[in-house]
Design a protein around this ligand. Structure first.
Ligand SMILES: C[S@@+](CC[C@H](N)C(=O)[O-])C[C@H]1O[C@@H](n2cnc3c(N)ncnc32)[C@H](O)[C@@H]1O
Ligand code: SF4
Ligand code: SF4
Length: 348
């Protein structure tokens, strides 16, 4: 939902907000196309990016005060480098937000934690209709080819324990050539198990290539191949509830930038505590330039040292981003919120 504001600042703490929160950059899995993974080196984590760091409950409580929580519609517990379940304080952070009636949408490979933990999460999430997105890209013989180092049987047991509490779960499936024939079976299984939705993610991470080479942890060389779009479309059309959530419009013209984060009043915070405009801009040259132009030190914009409510009312969030959109000077913004080059999700 767009939020109408009179001030020009990118984020408005007095209006309804959303947040995207990466509570850790740790992960049990090693998906080859993930930013944390060295695909050519046994899918080991890229330690130039991964710091194995968490946001802790105290930091969350200090920054997400009850007053701020009262204005928050929902928080995505997702991120770019980690899995929320790997965070030490994952459960207590979820509990804190649910206690303050903030709806959570938690994205996970679901390979971590015990069934008892998952049952408790289900009971917690049932209290305010929070949602778990289970990112499962195949069945017993294929999921681990992308969700490297996870075990399908454990994921299914965890999902069943969560769903049995009546909480909302969605199955998100990235089709590749090696699992595209399993979409219908996975969809049926998701309905039997009580998932509320089954969504297919059309990945854009192949770019112009039609193959993505990687090395499994045991040294075996493999290649991911894109799914056949017509094959996927045929299955998507098989269900009349199919709908496109995010478009992917290619154009060579200069586009008008329609900032998703500003529209949704939805800042991004990573596991180091750094505040950012969104997960696309975070860590980019665009972001570096925004901070440079604003004369702000990005290290100061960290919720471990400063208050979120202060950070969001300072540059570059007051006017610098808006100026950059007007002058078309942020390539990431042009690509993501001008040309809308994003992975899209379809409900089957
Ligand atoms: C870095 S993950 C963090 C959350 C969690 N670890 C997970 O995987 O769901 C963020 C998102 O990237 C998605 N993702 C992973 N590989 C992808 C790919 N090749 N194309 C599109 N999205 C991908 C995940 O499914 C997840 O929704
Ligand atoms: S589960 Fe998520 S964070 Fe972990 S490697 Fe896969 S995409 Fe990355
Ligand atoms: S890419 Fe730029 S325009 Fe798009 S959401 Fe991020 S900051 Fe806003």
């Amino acid at each position: 939902m767009s939020v109408k504001r009179t001030s020009k600042a990118m984020f408005d703490l007095r209006s309804q907000m959303k947040f995207h929160l990466e509570i850790t950059d740790k992960c049990n899995a090693a998906c080859p196309m993930c930013g944390r993974t060295q695909q050519s080196n046994r899918c080991l984590p890229d330690m130039a990016k991964v710091k194995n760091i968490d946001l802790d409950l105290e930091t969350i409580k200090r920054n997400f005060t009850p007053e701020l929580c009262a204005n928050i519609l929902e928080i995505d517990l997702c991120g770019g480098l980690g899995d929320p379940l790997a965070a030490r304080d994952c459960f207590s952070i979820c509990e804190y937000f649910v206690d303050h009636d903030v709806k959570l949408i938690l994205s996970t490979n679901a390979g971590l934690r015990s069934v008892d933990w998952w049952r408790a999460l289900g009971e917690l999430f049932a209290r305010n209709n929070s949602v778990v997105e289970f990112h499962i890209d195949g069945l017993a013989d294929t999921n681990h080819l992308y969700r490297v180092n996870t075990r399908f049987a454990k994921i299914m047991a965890n999902a069943a324990a969560y769903l049995e509490t009546g909480s909302v779960g969605e199955w998100h499936f990235i089709p590749f050539q090696h699992n595209q024939h399993q979409i219908t079976e996975a969809l049926e299984l998701s309905r039997e198990m009580g998932f509320a939705n089954f969504k297919v993610i059309d990945t854009i991470r192949f770019g112009k290539e039609n193959s993505f080479n990687y090395q499994m942890p045991d040294g075996t060389l493999r290649a991911l191949k894109p799914a056949d779009p017509q094959f996927i479309a045929a299955q998507a059309q098989a269900d009349d509830r199919g709908e496109v959530e995010e478009g992917s419009v290619d154009s060579n013209s200069i586009p008008r930038i329609n900032c998703k984060s500003e529209n949704e009043n939805r800042p991004y915070i990573v596991a180091t505590g750094a505040v950012s405009a969104c997960c696309w801009v975070e860590g980019s040259e665009d972001e570096r330039q925004m901070y440079l132009a604003a004369g702000q030190d990005h290290n100061d914009h960290n919720i471990n040292h400063r208050l979120l409510s202060d950070i969001l009312t300072e540059e570059p969030y007051v006017s610098m981003f808006a100026k950059a959109w007007a002058s078309q000077s942020n390539p990431v913004c042009i690509r993501k919120c001008g040309h809308m080059r994003r992975s899209r999700r379809r409900v089957l």
